[in-house]
Write a protein that binds this ligand. Sequence first.
Ligand SMILES: Nc1ncnc2c1ncn2[C@@H]1O[C@H](COP(=O)(O)OP(=O)(O)OP(=O)(O)O)[C@@H](O)[C@H]1O
Length: 983
Amino acid sequence: MSSGLTEEQKRKIEENRQKALARRAERLAAQQGGPDGLTSQQSNQQNPSYRRNLEHQCMKQENNHVRFINQHQQTPNSHVAQKSYVHKGYNHFNAPQQMAGSCGVQQENCSEGSKQDSWSQMCSTKQSLPILQNSLSPHQHYSGSEQPKYHATFKKPTEPSHPRLTAKEHPDDVKRLQNLNRSASGHVGMKYMPSPSSATLSDSEMSTNAGKPTCGPFPQKDSISQFCGTMRPPTPLKEGKMQKVASSSGVDSNLEIFCHRKVPSVIKGRCVKHSEDRFQVEVGYNAELIAVFKSIPSKRYDPAMKIWNFSLEDYRSLMEAVKPLSSVTLVPFEEMDAAGPATCSQSVGSGPSLKSFLKTCSGWKKPSATVRGKCVLISRSRFEVEIGYAAEIIEVFKQMNSRNYDMKTRKWSFLLEDYARLMEAVQRLSTVEVEPLPKPVIQAFGPQFDEPAFHVSDIPEADLSAVDSKIVMSLMPFQREGVNFAISREGRLLLADDMGLGKTIQAICIAAYYRKEWPLLVVTPSSVRFTWAEAFHRWLPSLSPEGTNVILTGKDNLSAKLINIISFDLLSKMDKQLKDTFQVVIIDESHFLKNTKTARCRAAMPLLKAAKRVILLSGTPAVSRPAELYTQIAAVRPTFFPQFHSFGLRYCDAKKMPWGWDYSRSSNLGELKLLLEESVMIRRLKSDVLSQLPAKQRKMVVVAPEGMNAKTKAELAAAAKDMVKGYRTKQQEKEALLLFYNRTAEAKIRSVIEYILDLLESGRDKFLVFAHHRIVLNAISKELENKHIGYIRIDGATPSAERQSLCQKFQFSEKHSVAVLSLTAANTGLTLSSADLVVFAELFWNPGVLIQAEDRAHRIGQTSSVNVHYLVAKGTADDYLWPMIQEKIKVLGEAGLSEASFSETAEATDYFYKRDPKQQTIYSLFQRTFSEQGDNLDEALLVEAADACQRSDSRSASQDAGADTCSASPCKKQRLEDYFHRQ
Ligand SMILES: Nc1ncnc2c1ncn2[C@@H]1O[C@H](COP(=O)(O)OP(=O)(O)OP(=O)(O)O)[C@@H](O)[C@H]1O
């Protein structure tokens, strides 16, 4: 393409460019001096062939930049990584891989020592490369005026480059090396691990590669710059000799691998936590290593995972035994701890000062010390030193500008900005030892250590424009804050809001923000799997109706849909292939993972560590001791406390006992709270946000249908079929309905019990459970007794005189967690306001009865918002009762007779389809029977329900001999008393 310039203009431009270069060369010569007044680089700049070569390199680099982008675009989810790469610059999550990718590409083209040096410099300076890549356009690369700027990024080579060894002259060699490197390791963050097939080079190849200034993808430390910047003449090739040369010149051991004719296979592994007192070694097969493993007394082999694990007590001896093995490298715990990414956006801390603080975390023990103390974080900006009296330390304290002495506690505190100075001064005192702040605290509060004015309380408003507007508009202000917090923490958090504050809606919104990274996995107690599926469809209307996959058996496809929902129990039966399948994971009731020894915890932890976004939900993350929090913290921030023991020492007041370590106590809880709130957890209590909450929060819980056995399902289907056929008399209709209702009760029992047990495991210590049928009330009571859980029961058989004392027991005794109540016999006149959760195990056709029952908890004395959970089973009478109840309540609400409408606060009004003509027939039957006859029907129905139950019972007498399946008393008189008692 013509430039449009005349020959004269072109000549002038070239002349000016030469002049500019000459002036620049003079300037640099004056600054740096040299034998001839010019550095070798500057000499090169004036050398036309050098410039041509450089331009050639620039062009290649540009092409490779494009190739890099394309490579990323071809990988799944690459758009996400790339977006943050391009727009945000270096980012703790994405950058390592991105840098790895980019370094690999850039290095391909380094052909001269000077250039390699600068490339390696760029590769190791994390921020410079993206800036360079984004800012250099092809035009800029070729512009004469830009060239000096570009040159300025190159360092002077430490030794003259070997003339034979340029990529231009040996493109095949370069390619061969690149292939080797790629086959060995996908990214720069890993040491080179040659595969046997890629590890053999011919002598001539070695000769070329050994002396060649190749910027191969060697990630470690300065290996790239060392290798690229240190040009050696080719060394005679005898096996082993080259290795020696490489080692002696300080080249990273990775490179030694290249210098062998037959490269020995080196495998790299790492030690990671396995359980509270054990660690495991993740490593490939190596015979020598296996021999070492077998010599360790506490060895255990997990055949399913094919991983060896050991007691922490054997850690040192194992590492010592592995050291002499030249074919194995193991990354120890400590290294992982220090090198792990600071995943929290605020734990910036890559600056030198933070590193030096981190150094102060180790090696502080002084045998000569006579006075010992410790640093404890007491607020987001201050720490305290807990220590006895020593004149020297007081002197040190007095030198700190931010010192403050609390007369009451007799403790000194300081701003975090004084921490490094203070610790340095303390280290010089031979008789005083001060335990430093833990590493996670320093990582989490990094900015405050560096910058006193830094204030992190304002969490930025997340851009939710890509999320369904329905959910975004529905978020309450505190819920929106929760979402902002999650996104500011890169989607890894423990959302520990009090129960009923809407953790589900927040979790769905957070997950939807990362929708491009789906498939999503939701792990929940099995009793609420279907409720989650409903909630996704409710809040994300853009989701296709087939978008969710509720996993029911171990044989189901685990990632069949965009959203996959699985129970904890099934998760533990899953294949380990799951580990890398999900980038976004929600764990509902995450305290279910608190025990590291459980199968569910062992299954979930690798999954969570591998995922990019981890959303843990729990209203009760720890019930009794900080040790229970450990796994949840480790899931959100794996690098904080890689070993439980260090967490235990700091926060569980760990004590060595004759039988081992006791971690059941607590210590430094204030600091733990600050640490969690800064980088792991957000928690709001109901009392914090009461003004934003409705007085009652109703929730529909879809209980699992597989809880029904085949016989019950068949009976329900038969009852439904009969109803569709129609009946000649109203009496027949009613009887059929009541039979259907009774069958429903039987069908729900298993799911209801499962749900109640899940609530108890979640730490819900006071709640009411209402049911209508005696068979349901009995089953619940029996289960509570079996589990030794204190409860009261009030039904039609409870004498009036006893009711009050039972209520008092429940109200004031901590031992009584559950009140098991008959819907018809205990829905009025009782005060049970010490509970703020009401569970309806069964539905009832009259919403008035339900609302009165809710009000046992929601009444004077109640200081909280009351949560109401309606358990609804698909394929039962609930399919008709639930919509009917909602409709009735809506009418009452519109007439101002009911304070809250179900449709506004409970899920899925249209959950049950009434489009099916058969279902429509049954629904009409329900409506006709339960609505048309008005309030008078209740008494009659209650009685008839009982009769129907008894009739059905007598039919199934062999099954449940003599059982009375209604909660109303078996005696009609008593039933009527119950009814009138309600009035
Ligand atoms: N912003 C909102 N708009 C409408 N309904 C909401 C909102 N937030 C929560 N809810 C409703 O409140 C009820 C309780 O919410 P949710 O079940 O998510 O609470 P939770 O914090 O998970 O409680 P738990 O700890 O008991 O599981 C649900 O019916 C939910 O739909």
